[in-house]
Design a protein around this ligand. Sequence first.
Ligand SMILES: [Zn+2]
Length: 188
Amino acid sequence: MAFIRKSTKPKLPDSFSQGEDLSVDERLTVTQLLDLAKRNGVETSPLDVKALLLVLGIGLISIPMRDEISGMLTRADNGKDWVVKVNALHHPNRQRFTIAHEIAHFSRHRFQQAEFEDLNFFRNGESNPMEAEANRFASELLMPESIFRDKVRVFSGSIEEVALYFRVSTLAVRVRAKNLGMKGHGLE
Ligand SMILES: [Zn+2]
């Protein structure tokens, strides 16, 4: 299934590699992605996931899919570039999480597989270490810890308002708060 050859490695845009120490083989961290976004004028709070895709040279196709499919990361028709497909029928906030999750696969796992298809995240993703990592990564990318803690304080722990700010589901906020060990206010 995995067929990674030198000639098919993703070509990252110039803005990505110029003056960077990153090789295209390197796995990207959340911090590196957010730095990259800032350097390219991409809004990071809340993160403009579509603009970040552009910076990374990843295509985006929004199409209706069966309800249980959130989206996927696959190779483009040219066999070189990467494309994120997202279920256009899902709520926009859910699509944001899906895109962030696929960015996670691109950043961490693209050397291991040529295709990633994702079903409903919080239900079945955790049993697979790669999926668990992608969910955690997406969560950190959309809700960086310091900003998240700040917004929880600003909104007095209201899950709904925090979710509204980050444009994610209330479930995503609950999971993020739990992973940060936050309790009290509405976050229990
Ligand atoms: Zn996945």
